[in-house]
Design a protein around this ligand. Structure first.
Ligand code: AMP
Length: 423
């Protein structure tokens, strides 16, 4: 079915052509007609399936209609998303698909100064993309008029609930008009999401694309069995191959991400990092540098595993094997987005083989085992690189030292200092 069958306004069809979408993805084909009919909708779709455009296109169509009817500007659509990164990405999608439309959008999320956001709200907007916490703050202090609201969209509803946003979402919905269209997008359908739908939607239609546990079909997956001390060297060897052009590397912990980044910098690889201790500006800058190709590698923890849309990621490398199979599915969903092909590579040291077994059961598929030709899998523990304070000279010695320190602490007899009372 071509996009022209949906009855979308001509400027939107033109923008779709410009962006280069030739035909709708499965979730778009299933969801857009239902949204255009005005129905409430629950769409269960993995990220990477084109779900953002599935709600952005019909939303723009509706907003444009109000403009054609010369209705005064007002907040007619509200999109709630779990993270600032996802909110920014949705904004970008709205801007590209609505490039020639007179539609104003504001993004409201924490971690940056409120001033600019309040200013853009005062100018008047048709649509708000927001994370629940900051929006609720502003609702408390600013005079936001939600009376014109026609459409509420909850993106990644399961994740918002998982992050504890339910009370905020409930309070926000309380100030919205009851007569509205409510769309809910979610990667999974846990009971909590169903209950949210029962409370806030009206006879919702349902669209389900693909099985929850199956990574996108366009991603080719493999593993490299490699000892922990050689993961850095294997990463570098892979990155030196020409096809590894835009590589997203996942670490389990923040300090791990720092260590990988430092190692790659010392090896002259252009790299940026993204984790929760980075400021909002640093995060956006890292994403920007990765998107525009200033850096070849983005090292990240799981905060970006969901929802972030980075076009043309050639490879996802799980430097640290994910503990949770669902994280694996979300991590590798960063490559092979929409119809493009991508590679997902996981490093599996011996101690993570049990996690690999669990994952293979979860996705119902045995991952291909690969070995890099010419790589010495039996090399000894390398000497630390200059400046790499964490690189251990001898893993066993270091573990013994840490264990001894821990024991000494636990047998301390001196009473602990009382923590200062917080005021
Ligand atoms: P999403 O699942 O919304 O995060 O989208 C994943 C990627 O698919 C984004 O890079 C979109 O720009 C892209 N995309 C969305 N719809 C289409 C389409 N119909 N054809 C090709 N790419 C698309």
């Amino acid at each position: 079915m071509p996009f022209s069958n949906f009855g979308l306004e001509t400027p939107i069809l033109r923008a779709i052509q410009k962006v280069g979408y030739t035909r709708p993805t499965a979730v778009q084909a299933a969801a857009i007609p239902k949204i255009m009919q005005g129905a409430d909708l629950i769409a269960i779709a993995q990220t990477g399936t084109g779900k953002t455009a599935a709600f952005v296109l019909p939303m723009l169509h509706q907003l444009f209609h109000f403009h054609l009817q010369q209705q005064p500007r007002g907040i007619r659509a509200l999109i709630l998303a779990p993270t600032r990164e996802l909110a920014v990405q949705i904004m970008e999608n709205i801007r590209t698909c609505g490039q020639s439309l007179p539609i104003r959008v504001a993004a409201i999320f924490g971690g940056v100064e409120e001033e600019g956001q309040i200013k853009s709200l005062r100018k008047g907007v048709d649509c708000i993309v927001a994370t629940p916490g900051r929006l609720l703050d502003l609702i408390g202090r600013q005079n936001l008029d939600f009376n014109p609201l026609e459409m509420l969209i909850l993106d990644e509803a399961d994740r918002m609930l998982h992050m504890g946003f339910l009370p905020d979402i409930e309070k926000i919905i309380e100030v919205l008009p009851r007569r509205r269209q409510t769309l809910m997008f979610s990667a999974t359908l846990p009971k909590e999401v169903e209950s949210l739908a029962r409370r806030f939607q009206h006879h919702p239609k349902m669209v389900q694309i693909g099985k929850r546990s199956n990574p996108a079909d366009t991603v080719s997956q493999c593993i490299y069995e490699v000892p922990t001390h050689l993961k850095n060297a294997l990463l570098l060897a892979l990155l030196q191959q020409p096809k590894f052009q835009r590589v997203l590397v996942f670490a389990r912990m923040k300090d791990g991400a720092d260590r990988i980044t430092n190692f790659l910098k010392l090896a002259n690889v252009k790299v940026a990092k993204l984790h929760s201790s980075r400021s909002q500006e640093q995060r956006l800058q890292a994403l920007q540098d990765f998107k525009d190709g200033t850096v070849q590698v983005l090292v990240a923890t799981d905060i970006v595993a969901r929802g972030i849309d980075i076009d043309g990621v050639s490879h996802v490398i799980n430097f640290d094997f994910p503990v949770n199979p669902e994280d694996y599915v979300h991590r590798i969903g960063r490559t092979g987005r929409a119809e493009a092909a991508g590679d997902a590579i996981s490093f599996v040291p011996k101690q993570d083989l049990n996690l690999l077994n669990i994952l293979e059961l979860f996705i119902g598929q045995r991952l291909e085992r690969k070995r890099l030709r010419g790589f010495d899998y039996h090399a000894p523990v390398p000497a630390p690189l200059p400046g790499d304070k964490q690189a251990p000279r001898d893993w066993r010695k270091r573990t013994r030292e840490m264990e001894a320190k821990r024991m000494a602490k636990s047998t301390e007899t001196t009473p602990r200092k009382q923590p200062k009372k917080r005021r």
